[in-house]
Write a protein that binds this ligand. Structure first.
Ligand SMILES: [Zn+2]
Length: 215
């Protein structure tokens, strides 16, 4: 990426075992195929010290969302944890009701939520404001599922005036038709689409895609 890395924030949406393991409680079809790209993005962020906001379902019995979906990512279960490709031992975990009021993002912030929209978290607005002290900040969004959590996260960022780049080969939807609709809607709202290889390309500065053009 050609943009200064201090202006880039990665948003890793719900890359948890229950969604990305074929045996998971709410496996997103074919999502195992994006795991190598998720690993590449995670390594790129770590090596470049790009801050990562990692969202995560953390459900308790009785959560309203569990009326619409089978129980998944229940607190204390293995299914709630991140897959190896995206897990970071240095993550700072923000519980579903925890307040984050610091002036800087940590290297890796896990935002736990009890609804699929991450903006249901009371600290998410402040987290985004903290991340956008650089007016040209760009949020690179990937994970699952496109037609639910990824769509909500990207739409929420766009509604707050943020620039959003969606990594199309590092996302997966539950319903393919809905996924196409969601992507079309996000692009009409100003989101840019890119591939993992373009986001993580360090090979040749002359031909790198410019994220300054995004959004
Ligand atoms: Zn959930």
């Amino acid at each position: 990426m050609t943009t200064g890395d201090d202006c880039v924030i990665f948003v890793d949406v719900d890359t948890q075992r229950d969604f990305l393991d074929p045996e998971g409680a709410l496996y997103v079809p074919d999502s195992v195929a994006i795991r190598p790209n998720l690993a590449r993005l995670t390594a790129y962020a770590r090596n470049r010290a790009i801050p990562v906001i990692a969202t995560a379902c953390a459900h308790l019995p009785g959560d309203p969302e569990l009326k619409a979906f089978p129980p998944h990512c229940m607190v204390g279960t293995r299914g709630q944890t991140r897959i190896d490709e995206t897990s970071r031992p240095d993550s700072r975990i923000l519980g579903p009701d925890a307040l984050f009021a610091e002036p800087r993002l940590p290297a890796h912030l896990t935002v736990e939520k009890r609804e699929y929209d991450v903006f249901s978290h009371p600290s998410m607005n402040w987290t985004v404001e903290t991340a956008t002290v650089h007016s040209d900040a760009i949020f690179v969004v990937y994970g699952v599922a496109t037609d639910y959590c990824v769509g909500c996260a990207a739409r929420g960022l766009l509604e707050r005036g943020c620039r959003v780049l969606l990594v199309v080969d590092a996302i997966r939807g539950i319903d393919q038709e809905r996924e196409t609709e969601v992507l079309t809607d996000l692009v009409s709202r100003g989101a840019t689409l890119a591939l993992t290889a373009a986001v993580c390309d360090d090979s040749d500065t002359r031909h790198r895609p410019s994220l300054h053009d995004a959004g």
